[in-house]
Design a protein around this ligand. Structure first.
Ligand code: AMP
Length: 419
């Protein structure tokens, strides 16, 4: 066949029916488990004002400077949402969710958009699920968020992950650290990669995240942020580690772990999988105690994470974990002739009303072709109907697995199927 004229955009993929099953499985799992943790779902629009994302994530971040899909209509500037923390915070402020009382525990599932260079585990439209706990500065909230992230992975059977943990402290501690980091890098500035040179003035912490070989030696010898934390930040970080220990959640401290958005404060974490190749992060998150205020709300401490759903599927595949059942239907009505088709159509709803899935042929095919189709659809039972069967009120009822047939009335058939 000739190449199709229309295709998806680079880095954007169709999720075809065979794959949708595993998506539904994961989405159902997330919803069920989120309920157990008492998280409530929130859904926000796919588009947000550009200003919100720039302000929320930070002008100098990779996402804002290189990866947002932007467009305008009239005087309004929009982006396709690249992540959901800033939009959830916007909704929290806009709808005064703080007035509901207590801390708000929210979760979301949905597509995000980033114009990155596509590769395995990196798409331009991808899906995340995540949670946000808003209104608590207690380390218990950090640990509940991390516990939920790991709980979902465990439920899927992904247990070989590493939780990387760090504290990037409050803005004051971070400022002192930035100066120390710049002082450390300064003598070797000329040897840094071009990207790191660019980050040196504007966002030096991001240099720690560099994947460039030439930056390695300077990162490995860099001062560590945990030595620059205020007493309060140290105390919070210690509590997080203590509570994680109580829950038996193991972690590796990584003092060079910095996250991609400017809104993070205090706790930062990532969940890494050895099964993902170069893009090895399954999920990431942290505290963002200042973002609500930054976006116009009252001071509200908060913590959350987001996990990449495509990456969870890659890890499952590598581990040989199959998600979701195959295609199947309870009843396939094989019809021969117009009267039988009319009868079949009317019976479909009787099955469906009783919670039994049912289908029939829509293409006027031969009995052989319809039986083949019933097999392909993985039907449990087939009912074969022609003019004779209609006249006699007895239909050929076939158990597809046992390959057994008998002539039965419709009521008898219904009774067997409902057993
Ligand atoms: P972030 O919002 O950047 O902290 O990312 C959270 C998680 O989303 C990552 O750990 C990945 O699992 C996933 N993710 C981020 N960007 C992409 C992408 N372009 N394609 C697929 N998954 C992604």
């Amino acid at each position: 066949m000739a190449q199709p004229k229309y295709t998806t955009h680079h880095g954007m993929v169709d999720i075809l029916p065979e794959e949708v099953r595993k998506w539904q499985f994961l989405e159902n799992l997330i919803r069920e488990e989120a309920e157990k943790f008492n998280f409530e779902e929130i859904r926000t629009p796919i588009m947000e004002q550009t200003e919100l994302i720039v302000r929320g994530l930070g002008q100098m971040t990779d996402i804002v400077s290189k990866e947002i899909f932007t467009f305008s209509r009239g005087d309004d500037n929009y982006v396709l949402r690249p992540e959901l923390t800033a939009p959830v915070v916007r909704a929290f402020v806009e709808h005064r969710l703080d007035q509901r009382g207590g801390s708000q525990k929210l979760y979301y599932i949905g597509p995000m958009f980033r114009a990155e260079r596509p590769q395995k585990g990196r798409q331009r439209q991808f899906h995340q699920f995540g949670v946000e706990i808003m209104g608590s500065s207690d380390a218990v909230a950090d640990v509940e968020v991390i516990a939920f992230m790991i709980h979902i992975c465990n439920k899927l059977g992904i247990t070989n992950t590493t939780l990387k943990l760090n504290s990037i402290g409050d803005p004051e501690s971070r400022e002192v650290y930035k100066q120390a980091l710049k002082a450390h890098l300064k003598p070797d500035y000329d040897k840094l990669s071009d990207v790191s040179k660019k980050r040196y003035e504007k966002n030096p912490l991001r240099i720690l995240d560099s994947k460039e070989e030439e930056d390695r030696p300077f990162i490995e010898t860099a001062p560590v942020i945990t030595n620059y934390l205020s007493e309060k930040s140290v105390s919070h970080y210690n509590k997080v580690k203590d509570y994680l220990g109580d829950l038996g959640i193991s972690f590796t401290e990584d003092p060079y772990l910095v996250r991609g958005m400017d809104y993070y404060t205090e706790t930062a974490f990532e969940l890494i999988s050895p099964d993902l190749g170069a893009q090895d992060a399954l999920a990431g998150g942290g505290r963002y105690d200042l973002l609500v205020e930054e976006i116009g709300g009252l001071p509200t401490p908060a913590v959350g994470f987001a996990a990449g759903m495509e990456r969870l599927f890659i890890a499952c595949e590598e581990l040989g974990i199959e998600l979701g059942d195959g295609k199947k239907v309870d009843v396939y009505i094989v019809t021969l002739g117009d009267a039988a088709r009319k009868w079949g159509l009317a019976q479909l709803s009787k099955f469906r009303d009783k919670g039994i899935s049912a289908t029939m042929d829509y293409m006027g095919r031969s009995m052989k072709a319809q039986m083949k189709d019933a097999n392909r659809e993985n039907a449990r039972f087939a009912i074969i109907v022609g003019d004779n069967e209609l006249n006699e009120g007895k239909f050929t009822f076939r158990d597809m697995k046992e390959s057994k047939e008998e002539a039965l009335s419709f009521e008898e058939i219904m009774e067997i199927i409902q057993m």
